[in-house]
Design a protein around this ligand. Structure first.
Ligand code: ATP
Length: 203
């Protein structure tokens, strides 16, 4: 029996990673789609060949690691090229995720992705959680975490993500990480819900 598949998303600085860490301490496996995408770009033969074919051999250094600087320059500010790169990466991540799910034995699993809605991958998941926090708190958190980023850069990233109201509208569940409600309590409630949902499915 496949585990129930729960997607978890939210804008930059909403606290997705923090929330996922709480689920992980409850023994729930978390697939971090963004990190896996990065990893697959240097380990997946099919993806490496496709990237070299599309963006040139220079996309990889002589030691076979991805030349992030070159690729960044090549796709940065080129919407179409960025889309092409995403179109190469997404199917490989989807396949990697499929394999990962079949190896899990918990009642449910989490798939964490910053652009779950934007990339369309939410459609294959059973339920979606959105982590929500007000804009000013998100900006403050990211500036505190990423010392190399300016407020302007953070606002620019936010402007390219789906607005939070839209995400909340599309969500099945919302975790409010707005520093006025306890996150752990909300996670425990959902953990109980998903564990019993799975039990109902197996009956
Ligand atoms: P990204 O999209 O950039 O990966 P994210 O949604 O995963 O962001 P986190 O990395 O979980 O966000 O949180 C951003 C920063 O804010 C981190 O340094 C985290 O420790 C901090 N943070 C998140 N939630 C809280 C909270 N409730 N109280 C204090 N700090 C928090």
């Amino acid at each position: 029996m496949r585990p129930l598949q729960i997607g978890i998303t939210g804008g930059i600085g909403s606290g997705k990673t923090l929330v996922c860490k709480i689920f992980a301490t409850l023994g729930i496996p978390v697939y971090d789609a963004d990190s896996r995408a990065k990893a697959l770009m240097t380990t997946d033969g099919i993806l490496i060949s496709a990237i070299k074919k599309e963006f040139g051999e220079l996309s990889y250094k002589t030691d076979n690691t991805l030349d992030r600087e070159y690729l960044g320059r090549t796709v940065f500010n080129h919407e179409e090229r960025l889309q092409t790169l995403n179109n190469l990466v997404h199917p490989r991540v989807a396949e990697d995720y499929e394999g990962w799910v079949t190896r899990q034995q918990t009642p449910y699993v989490l798939k964490e992705a910053a652009l779950l809605f934007e990339a369309g991958s939410y459609k294959a998941l059973d339920r979606i959680i959105v982590v929500s926090a007000p804009l000013y708190i998100r900006i403050r958190r990211v500036l505190g975490r990423d010392r190399h980023r300016t407020e302007e850069q953070v606002r620019d990233i936010i402007s390219r993500q789906l607005p939070e109201e839209e995400k909340v509208r599309m969500a099945d569940f919302v975790i409010y990480n707005d520093e006025s409600q306890l996150v752990i309590t909300q996670v425990l409630e959902l953990h109980h819900k998903f564990s019993t949902m799975q039990m109902k499915r197996t009956q």
